[in-house]
Design a protein around this ligand. Structure first.
Ligand code: NI
Length: 158
C-alpha cells in the first residue's frame, strides 16, 4: 500500500485542466492503486488525480459499493436535483451545501481502457459530478450555497 500526499485548496495544481489518458502504462496503474489507497486511508468517497498532483483525467470513487475507476470520464446525462452536504479531501474539516443533479450517467474507460457506462443516484451522482469537476480545475467550494462550515464529529459519523 502506498499513499500520496493530498494537495489542499490553494495549491495551484487543483485549478488546472487535466489531460486525457491515451494508453494504460505501468506508471498509470501504480497511480490508480495509490489513489485508491490514499482515498481509503483518508476515509474519502472519491479522489481525482490532480488531488495527488497528477494532471491526468482519472478518478476513483467508492460510496460503499466497491471501488470504481473512471478514466477520461464524461457526463452523458443528468436529471433531478439534490441539495446536501458536500466535502472534499482537499478541503479537510470543512463542508458546505451544494446542489447537484440527483441522477448522473457517465461514460469512461476502465483500467483495461475499455469503454464503460455507469449510472448513479444520490451520493454516487454527487461523487461523479464532484470528481469530474476536479479534472477541469473546479472545486466544490465555488458552488457552496451559504457558508463553508466546520465538520462536527457527529456529521463525520453519519
Ligand atoms: Ni474533492
Amino acid at each position: 500500500m502506498a499513499t500520496r500526499k493530498i494537495r489542499e485548496l490553494g495549491d495551484e495544481v487543483l485549478t488546472k485542466q487535466c489531460k486525457e489518458v491515451t494508453k494504460m502504462t505501468l506508471r498509470t496503474k501504480v497511480l490508480i492503486q495509490d489513489m485508491l489507497d490514499t482515498m481509503y486511508e483518508a476515509l474519502g468517497v472519491g479522489l481525482a488525480a490532480p488531488q495527488v498532483g497528477v494532471l491526468k483525467r482519472i478518478v476513483v470513487i467508492d460510496v460503499g459499493e466497491g471501488p470504481l475507476i473512471l478514466i477520461n470520464p464524461e457526463i452523458l446525462e443528468t436529471s433531478g436535483e439534490q441539495t446536501g452536504e458536500e466535502g472534499c479531501l482537499s478541503v479537510p474539516g470543512k463542508s458546505g451545501q451544494v446542489t447537484r443533479p440527483d441522477y448522473v450517467k457517465v461514460k469512461a474507460l476502465n483500467e483495461d481502457m475499455e469503454e464503460i457506462e455507469l449510472e448513479g443516484t444520490g451520493l454516487l451522482a454527487r461523487a461523479f459530478c464532484h470528481e469530474i469537476d476536479h479534472l477541469d480545475g473546479k472545486m466544490y467550494v465555488d458552488l457552496v450555497e451559504g457558508e463553508l462550515h466546520d465538520v462536527s464529529y457527529d456529521e463525520e459519523d453519519e
